[in-house]
Design a protein around this ligand. Structure first.
Ligand code: KG4
Ligand code: ZN
Length: 342
């Protein structure tokens, strides 16, 4: 009998994580990611350095993913790669590598939108877990370092942006506040960690209205800056002695702002299921509060496995699998897109 399994190698290199994953149909066989510690000392991602590290890590990461999956190159049906949005130099490394492999093996290439991939991470099947997946339509709150979007998902590859940030992403609001607190990049996970032992009601921050279902985080970030300046003028030791409470209050404020529009969107669009996705969906307080909405709002919620929140190639692989099923393959003139609408 002919083997009808589809094997896809997926590559993700849009920002500062080099990742490769291998899929058999919708089942992830391996997902290997190399982070880039070099950016910590600069307080943010330095694009030029990110590209160089991708160049260094890309082949070893692909090699490791294939080995872990126990799959040979000649078994692959297609190569999937993130086309954008992201840093141009970083994307070019992943895309050129994907094209080279596709050319060498004479197999098709499937291009993937990174923000679609974050959402599609909910459909990854794995040996380790067989989680329930959302039914259509569902609302996805996609929260990352570059994006904050409320997306109505009507089918596997059918997305409609209902609202998004008009300025900074919520991940930036986490990271920039962390930088002001003297924490290294990326500060989001560290705010999460300190917040766990702090009082979320201790300090208040301002809210900026963006209108409709949109978000605005740059005003909140500025109010946080003034809050720190005022308090450190009075007490130079303010940050050190109040770090946990500052993190808990600020984090709680950002989550309150995020969930306000979620509630509005679900009511306006009559949607009963909520998913979260993207790097900030790794935040423990956001995960906890979203879970609680099941009883508070009587809805179903879907929280991605921790390893599929921040950038990874498994989310690219699962998106590619559904594109492959629809026959959506790219050609060799494919170019990266720094901006790529959902
Ligand atoms: O999705 P992602 O890995 O990359 C982008 O596509 O941007 O998201 C990275 C963002 C960073 O801003 C990082 O600080 C944030 O996700 N992040 C967190 C947590 N883990 C990652 N923010 C808050 N709490 C966390 N636990
Ligand atoms: Zn991302």
């Amino acid at each position: 009998m002919q083997n009808t399994n589809t094997y896809i190698l997926a590559i993700e290199s849009s920002c500062d994580d080099t990742s490769a994953a291998v899929f058999c149909n919708n089942m992830v066989l391996s997902n290997v990611t190399a982070g880039q510690a070099i950016h910590q000392q600069y307080g943010g991602v330095v694009p030029e350095l990110a590209s160089r590290d991708h160049q260094k890590n890309c082949i070893p990461v692909i090699d490791a993913a294939l080995k872990k999956a126990g799959i040979e190159l000649n078994q692959l049906s297609a190569i999937a790669v993130t086309r954008g949005p992201g840093l141009m130099g970083s994307l070019l490394v992943g895309l050129s590598t994907a094209k080279s492999i596709a050319l060498a093996l004479t197999i098709p290439i499937i291009e993937v939108n990174h923000m679609q991939a974050h959402i599609m991470a909910h459909f990854i099947k794995s040996e380790a877990q067989d989680k329930p997946v959302p039914n259509f339509p569902f609302l996805c709150l996609t929260v990352s370092g570059g994006h904050t979007q409320l997306v109505k998902v009507s089918d596997y590859l059918q997305f409609e942006v209902l609202g998004e940030t008009i300025d900074d992403a919520v991940g930036e609001a986490f990271d920039k506040a962390a930088k002001l607190l003297g924490l290294p990049y990326p500060g989001g996970p560290l705010i999460d960690k300190h917040a766990a032992s702090g009082n979320p009601q201790r300090f208040q921050f301002s809210e900026t209205k963006a209108g409709g279902l949109d978000y605005s985080f740059s005003g909140i970030k500025t109010s946080f800056l003034y809050f720190l300046q005022n308090n450190t003028q009075k007490d130079p030791d303010f940050v050190r002695t109040n770090l946990n409470d500052i993190c808990a209050s600020y984090q709680s404020h950002l989550i309150k702002v995020l969930l306000k529009n979620v509630k509005k969107a679900m009511a306006e669009h009559g949607i009963q299921q909520l998913a979260i996705a993207g790097g900030v969906s790794a935040n423990s307080e956001l995960r906890k509060q979203v879970k609680q909405l099941e009883t508070e709002w009587k809805i179903k919620t879907f929280i991605p496995a921790f390893e599929y929140c921040t950038d990874n190639a498994a989310m690219v692989g699962i998106t590619a699998y559904y594109k492959w099923q629809k026959g959506e393959v790219a050609d060799m003139s494919l170019t990266p897109l720094a901006r790529y609408a959902l």
